[in-house]
Every structure is written in structure tokens, then in C-alpha cells.
Ligand binder design. Structure first.
Ligand SMILES: Cc1cc2nc3c(=O)[nH]c(=O)nc-3n(C[C@H](O)[C@H](O)[C@H](O)COP(=O)(O)OP(=O)(O)OC[C@H]3O[C@@H](n4cnc5c(N)ncnc54)[C@H](O)[C@@H]3O)c2cc1C
Length: 504
């Protein structure tokens, strides 16, 4: 799942340095408690776990634990807490922001063996799973009851529910159905001291502070989810998909705004520009309209009569914006082909460029034409090609920045262009991430979007869960911080070794 050639100078490549005495001692204790076969320390085996889908960030962990039971996680986290060793949870390792990159000499807790479907309760539309369960398996379990799991990241065939919860994953159909946070009802969490707590439950609402909501999207910094309750939705009576070709990006983007302004909420509106279409054609021959400078894949679902009427309105909106070709999927095979072009677009870009860098930012969808034009200008000025493929209904951009990784400095230029695009997103009133998370990649950009007070407030929440700062440190927040005994206002008396990071 690695993106070829992604880059950063932030985290150096690791060498096969010998394990520290602390790591060796911890590995021995872990083996004694959870069993020999689940604890990896051989450098060759550890290398497999050096990175996630953002392959430029690589750190070799001290120890990998292949958890096979909830209690393996509990024991590992508790032993880490006793030894003061940081740990990082890992699901399927498809993350695109370096969230599951290990900490050097720390423990990586791999959850992909925790793959039990604990229960399926169609009457209450609930499925309870272990964290390593693959996203698509939930829909597979629910399908016999005419139900489905709505969040559908493009990586849904491989990414885990635990990783989805940690990243608050989205997908094409989140425009209508909401993100992971809207579908997680409860979770069993191993806190960073090894205690087990249950947040939320099966009921739709719980009084008090929404701690489950705080956990979703916390990128592994608040603990490890070991069991998750999700809600399923009723499969719609009718689904209709259309592919619309445009001669200009502006017309395609304008159609998106017009549809939503007309009060229609499609299940999905996805957009691809000419370069993304070229890549998808080269990779999967999806047969998109020839000569299109932009295409929209629009899906409507719901009761048949409603879908029919909305379909008519959507087609009119596209026509008013000079759409030159509109195709309607006549059956499941045609629908699958329309989606194949879109869902394979990231990997497809590898067909037209030796390397590429995926960014993820959000803008208000009404600003799509202006921001896309500005991305074009930035790309031209940097002499770099950018393919755009994205969740247009949400304004969630995924610029794919193409470069040649054999050219010195090209990777760095691509990264800088990606960051300039994020600045555009923030300036447009959007966000530095829509669904891929902050991880290690974008933590420096958090202060572009949030004030120091905002970040301090988030840090107070993290400290409440993880006062020792052991859960996935160095991710999400812009500067390394430690949680002091006394969160709050600082005085000169709080002076500490700056090498340890900011005490909070
Ligand atoms: C081709 C491709 C397409 C993608 N498309 C999308 C998309 O459409 N939408 C989208 O949202 N994402 C997308 N992604 C990104 C990625 O698949 C998601 O972020 C996904 O949620 C990561 O799941 P994972 O199991 O691979 O997690 P990992 O990469 O293993 O981990 C991600 C983060 O979650 C933490 N974590 C993992 N498991 C747990 C747990 N049990 N408890 C606590 N923390 C945990 C990790 O520490 C890390 O911070 C795509 C990735 C690829 C490669």
C-alpha cells in the first residue's frame, strides 16, 4: 500500500542498531507474560513494520507485539507503562500520514490478528468487532440483513476498523452518511496505563462528556481500541450512479455546488480532473468520456421515487453547466466500472509518474473553482504536475503531486507544493486534513490551523488520558510535549530540560 516516492526529511531512515538494554529487558518480560511467538525483536522482522502507507517516514521499532487477544494488549501496555516505554498501535498500516510509524526503541502493537466479529445484531443495527477487522467485512456481515456499514474509505478492502476509528476515516459516501465518528457507538479502550475502560455503548446517546467522540480521530494518542461497536444502516431501496463529462473544471465544480444548493444530498459526488482520468484509463481502462477535462461520478440512493426525481434534477443541473456527456449505469457491472476508475485513481497515478505524493485538505465546496485554479497556478510555478481526484461534495481535495524521485530535490519540491496547497485550504476556511489524519506528516501544520490556546486545550485532553505521554508520542501535535503533574498556566518555576520537549 506504499505510495511510491513519498518524502520527508523529518524522520531519518533507521539503521540496524542493536536493541537497547531497556528494550531487551522489556522483550524478556513480554515473552514471559504473553508468549514467545508474539514478540518480535529480530531486526529483519522489525523492518516489515517500519512505516505505514506514507513510506517516506521510516523508524524501526525496538519490539513488535503481534497481539492475538485483548489481554495481550493490556499486558503489553501495562508493561510499557511500568518501564516508561512508548508504544504505537497499528492496524493494517494503510494510513497516509505516518500515524502508525513506530517510535525508535518503542513497542509497536500490531492488532491485525484481532479479527473476530464479536456479534451481529440486525434488529438493533449493531455489529461488534475486534479492532483488526477489515472495514468491508462489516458490510459483508450486515448484507444478509439488507444492511451495510456506511463509512467506505477507498482502502476499505484492507484497512481496519481500529485504524478507521483512530483516523475518523471517511469515504465517498460520507457526504450523505457521515464519517466514522457518526457510526461508532461504543469502544473498549486500553488506556495508556493498562486500565480497560468502555466508552459509549450500544445506545444512540449517552449523558455526560462525549469521551468516545474525543477518542475517535485521536490517532492512537489516547489509548488502544480493543473492541468497537458500530451501527449499520439499512441498504437503500434504489441506487443510481451517473458519470458526467465536462470540458472545464469550473463547470464540473459549479455543478457540485448547484446540486447541493438545490437541496439534493447525493450519496456521493466524486470529481477527477484530466490528469487523474488519464492515469485511471492507463491503469484500469474505465472508459470515461473521451476529451473530458473533468468528470463527476454522482451516486443517488434512497426510495425509488425519490431517487428518480432527484436524478432528473441532477441531470438538468449538469446540462445547465454544459456537461457534454452523461452516462447512467444500467446495471451493477456498469456501476462498478464507473467506481473502478475513481477508486483506483491513487494507485493509477503510478502509471504516469515514477513517484507521487498524496495530499489531503478540505475547502468549502463553493470555493472549488477558485482553489483548483490556484492549485494549477502553484503547480505551474513549481513546474510540477498535479492530478486532482477528490470527494467534491465534501470539498475534500486529494491533490496527487507527481515527481521523478531520481531527480535530486524533486521529492522536496513536491512536499513543499503539498504544504502550499494546505495553506490555501486553511486560507479558504478549510482544514489541513479531511480524512487521512495529521500523523507525523502534518503535525507542523497544526499551528497553521489552530491557535496555541486551541492546541493547549487539546493537549489537556491528551494529558488526562495519557499523563506519561507514552501513547503514540510525536504524532498529531506540532511540538513534542510531556504532561506535567500540573496542567495549566506555566511559570518560570516550570523550567525543565528543553530536550525533553515542552512540559504541559
Ligand atoms: C489507496 C489508499 C486509499 C485510501 N483512501 C482513504 C479514504 O478514502 N478515506 C480515508 O479516510 N482514508 C483513506 N486511506 C487512508 C487509510 O486507509 C485510513 O486512514 C485507515 O483508516 C487506516 O486504517 P489502518 O487499519 O490501515 O490503520 P493504520 O495505518 O495501521 O493506523 C492508523 C492510525 O490509527 C492508529 N490505530 C490503529 N489501530 C488502532 C487501535 N486499535 N486503537 C488505537 N489506535 C489505532 C495508529 O496508531 C495510527 O495512528 C487510504 C489509504 C490508501 C493506501
Amino acid at each position: 500500500m506504499a505510495n511510491p516516492g513519498q518524502t520527508s526529511q523529518t524522520v531519518p531512515a533507521t539503521r540496524d542498531s542493536p536493541a537497547s538494554p531497556r528494550s531487551r529487558a522489556l522483550a524478556e518480560r513480554l515473552r514471559a507474560v504473553i508468549g514467545d511467538g508474539k514478540v518480535l525483536t529480530d531486526p529483519a522482522q522489525l523492518r516489515t513494520y517500519e512505516c505505514d502507507g506514507l513510506a517516506a517516514f521510516r523508524v524501526r521499532p525496538g519490539i513488535v507485539v503481534l497481539a492475538a487477544h485483548r489481554d495481550d494488549v493490556v499486558h503489553t501496555v501495562r508493561l510499557c507503562a511500568e518501564a516508561g516505554v512508548p508504544f504505537v498501535a497499528r492496524g493494517s498500516g494503510t494510513g497516509l500520514s505516518g500515524g502508525a510509524v513506530p517510535v525508535a526503541d518503542g513497542v509497536l502493537i500490531v492488532l491485525s490478528r484481532l479479527r473476530a466479529i464479536v456479534s451481529v445484531d440486525p434488529d438493533n443495527a449493531r455489529v461488534v468487532v475486534e479492532p483488526g477487522v477489515i472495514n468491508l467485512w462489516v458490510t459483508r456481515e450486515a448484507a444478509p440483513y439488507d444492511q451495510a456499514y456506511a463509512p467506505d474509505p477507498s482502502s476499505q478492502q484492507v484497512c481496519s476498523i481500529g485504524g478507521n476509528v483512530a483516523e475518523n476515516a471517511g469515504g465517498a459516501h460520507c457526504l450523505k452518511y457521515g464519517f466514522t465518528v457518526n457510526h461508532v457507538m461504543g469502544a473498549e479502550i486500553v488506556l495508556p496505563d493498562g486500565d480497560v475502560v468502555h466508552l459509549g455503548g450500544t445506545a444512540p446517546e449517552h449523558p455526560g462528556l462525549d469521551l468516545l467522540g474525543a477518542f475517535v480521530g485521536s490517532e492512537g494518542t489516547l489509548g488502544v481500541a480493543t473492541q468497537i461497536t458500530v451501527r449499520t444502516i439499512r441498504a437503500p431501496e434504489s441506487v443510481q450512479t451517473m458519470l458526467v463529462g465536462f470540458h472545464t473544471v469550473e463547470d464540473a465544480a459549479g455543478t457540485v455546488s448547484d446540486i447541493i444548493a438545490a437541496g439534493i444530498l447525493p450519496a456521493a459526488i466524486e470529481m477527477m480532473d484530466a490528469l487523474a482520468i488519464e492515469a485511471a484509463e492507463a491503469a484500469v481502462r474505465c472508459g470515461y468520456p473521451e476529451g473530458a477535462v473533468a468528470v463527476l461520478v454522482i451516486e443517488l440512493d434512497g426510495p425509488q421515487v425519490e431517487v428518480d426525481e432527484q436524478f432528473r434534477q441532477v441531470a438538468q443541473a449538469a446540462e445547465a453547466r454544459h456537461a457534454f456527456e452523461t452516462r447512467i449505469a444500467r446495471d451493477a457491472a456498469e456501476r462498478a466500472l464507473m467506481w473502478k476508475g475513481r477508486k483506483s485513481a491513487f494507485a493509477a497515478v503510478g502509471r504516469i509518474s515514477p513517484a507521487y505524493y498524496v495530499q489531503d485538505g478540505v475547502i468549502p465546496r463553493t470555493q472549488l473553482p477558485e482553489v483548483l485554479a490556484e492549485i494549477g497556478r502553484l503547480a505551474e510555478a513549481a513546474d510540477v504536475r498535479v492530478a486532482n481526484v477528490f470527494h467534491a461534495g465534501d470539498g475534500n481535495l486529494h491533490p496527487l503531486i507527481l515527481f521523478d524521485d531520481t531527480v535530486p530535490g524533486a521529492a522536496h519540491d513536491a512536499e513543499q507544493l503539498g504544504f502550499a496547497i494546505l495553506d490555501l485550504c486553511v486560507d479558504a476556511g478549510g482544514s489541513i486534513t479531511g480524512e487521512h489524519g495529521v500523523g507525523v506528516e502534518k503535525k507542523s501544520k497544526m499551528s497553521r490551523q489552530f491557535t496555541e490556546d486551541d492546541l493547549d486545550t487539546m493537549q489537556l485532553v491528551r494529558c488526562a488520558f495519557d499523563p506519561a505521554g507514552l501513547a503514540n508520542p510525536g504524532k498529531l501535535f506540532p511540538t513534542p510535549r510531556l504532561c506535567g503533574e500540573r496542567p495549566g498556566v506555566h511559570t518560570a518555576a516550570d523550567t525543565h530540560d528543553p530536550a525533553l520537549g515542552e512540559v504541559f
